[in-house]
Design a protein around this ligand. Structure first.
Ligand SMILES: CC(C)(COP(=O)(O)OP(=O)(O)OC[C@H]1O[C@@H](n2cnc3c(N)ncnc32)[C@H](O)[C@@H]1OP(=O)(O)O)[C@@H](O)C(=O)NCCC(=O)NCCS
Length: 175
């Protein structure tokens, strides 16, 4: 309980640059926060940032929303240039990576030109295993699970279990 109260205080201090911080957000360790846009963290979200820090970045027009009661483990790196919306009750394993912009182009001549951003949306109660990568423009439906080490390049319907590179739906979470 005491540790919980310290975690609430730690969140208030280390997440002080957030645009909005909900009630009883808890934090362990020190995150790296660069909020140049909008960073909204919902109530009772829980961030474990010991050892390998969590990195939360918003660019000037970028919005990052972390839903109420969502859990984020150490080493997660999230870069919002437009919109990354993580719903309530989600669970992000260690070293999850999400970027809503690819930053470079495949065309060698255009490589230095930044492509358009496309939002990433995690609906509620999504569980991403350790080291999952979600690329720009992807929506992962409510209650879905993505297995560790997967790379999500296409939308995933609600209540799916997906795995692999690229991630493919293997079954429903109800099977
Ligand atoms: C989500 C998870 C627990 C599911 O495991 P599971 O119940 O054993 O999965 P299943 O047995 O239903 O696997 C179904 C298929 O997906 C495959 N699969 C499971 N995990 C996979 C992965 N990470 N990458 C690729 N394929 C995977 C299995 O090989 C199996 O394929 P097969 O039928 O051809 O053999 C597991 O995939 C996982 O990611 N574990 C790590 C969780 C984690 O990162 N925790 C960190 C703290 S949040």
């Amino acid at each position: 309980m005491l540790d919980d109260s310290l975690a609430v205080l730690r969140a208030r201090w280390y997440l002080r640059n957030a645009t909005s911080l909900g009630e009883r957000v808890r934090l362990w360790g020190r995150p790296i926060v660069r909020n140049h846009g909008s960073l909204v963290i919902g109530q009772r979200a829980c961030l474990v940032s010991g050892g390998l820090p969590i990195q939360l970045t918003t660019e000037r027009d970028g919005k990052l929303e972390i839903g109420a009661r969502t859990f984020m483990n150490y080493g997660c790196s999230i870069i919002a240039t437009k919109l990354i919306s993580i719903g309530p009750n989600c669970k992000l394993g260690m070293e999850v990576l999400m970027m809503d912009n690819d930053f470079h182009q495949i065309d060698p001549v255009e490589r230095g030109a930044r492509p358009a951003s496309a939002p990433i949306v995690l609906e509620e109660n999504v569980w991403l295993g350790a080291r999952v990568i979600v690329v720009s423009g992807v929506t992962i439906g409510a209650d879905s699970v993505v297995a560790a080490g997967s790379v999500v390049t296409r939308d995933i319907a609600p209540r799916s279990f997906a795995a692999g590179q690229p991630a493919r739906v293997i079954r429903s979470v109800d099977d």
